[in-house]
Design a protein around this ligand. Structure first.
Ligand SMILES: [Fe+2]
Ligand SMILES: [Fe+2]
Length: 246
């Protein structure tokens, strides 16, 4: 038994959205992904998919993408990404009803792997624009955007707390935390999300959303304050799911 994660499949089986214009790594990425999943993941394993599943603008446009995910091996748990327009956070129960038992949608609830609770939410980070001087140093940022970002961060932190508390009330004391957005942005060393991970004694934080060489280093990698951070964006992993736990 193992716990795997990968995010940002960016599927588009029903609509025209070619991904290969984003680089070689995206060429036939669905085929690569499916092959890797079949090789690595068994049906007794758990596979958490950390958002940006589908380019579909609504559930009917996302259906074929969700069917592709449902056909992959393992117990699939999905997190919401910023592009997942088919998923209204307030209507997660409807999705869970419709896709039970093939897919599980993680929002204001928790799942588990062995004695670990799997908790999470989309998260949010302020992505600028940042103003840079001739030496490449950040000298300021868009303050109106930052104000809006703070609201989104607060809402997501509240949703994350609901997820943690649902697990705690169910008796869990060990946690793996999933975010779609990175836990910190490029100017932060900590955030409400890293602090919450520390508060609950999380062992692993798993996130995605960062695409392309220039963005892979936007947030924390490896062990930080005793917690192991994993970036699992599909393109970063060349569409090979990462094993988080045995
Ligand atoms: Fe993405
Ligand atoms: Fe994203």
């Amino acid at each position: 038994m193992a716990l795997y994660a990968l995010g940002d499949m960016h599927l588009a089986f029903s609509i025209d959205k070619p991904m290969d214009k984003f680089g070689k790594v995206w060429k036939k990425h669905e085929e690569k992904l499916e092959k890797n999943c079949r090789k690595l993941i068994g049906n007794e394993d758990t596979f958490v998919i950390t958002g940006d599943h589908s380019w579909g603008k609504n559930l009917s446009e996302a259906k074929a993408d969700l069917a592709f995910i449902a056909a992959l091996p393992g117990n699939k748990i999905l997190l919401r990404g910023n592009h997942d327009k088919f998923w209204d956070a307030k209507k997660t129960a409807v999705l869970n009803q419709e896709y039970e038992p093939q897919l599980h949608f993680l929002q204001n609830n928790h799942y588990h792997y062995q004695d670990y609770a799997l908790v999470g939410t989309k998260g949010y980070t302020f992505e600028g624009p940042f103003y840079i001087n001739s030496k490449g140093q950040i000298v300021g940022w868009d303050e109106a955007n930052e104000k809006q970002a703070k609201k989104l961060v607060a809402r997501e932190a509240e949703r994350l707390r609901i997820s943690f508390e649902s697990a705690r009330e169910a008796g869990f004391r060990k946690y793996i935390m999933f975010l779609h957005y990175p836990p910190t942005n490029i100017v932060e060393e900590e955030s409400i999300f890293t602090r919450m991970a520390e508060e609950y004694g999380v062992e692993h934080v798993v996130y995605s959303h960062c695409h392309g060489e220039s963005r892979y280093g936007d947030s924390i990698h490896g062990v930080h304050h005793g917690i192991r951070y994993h970036l699992v964006s599909g393109d970063y992993l060349n569409f090979k799911p990462e094993k988080i736990l045995d």
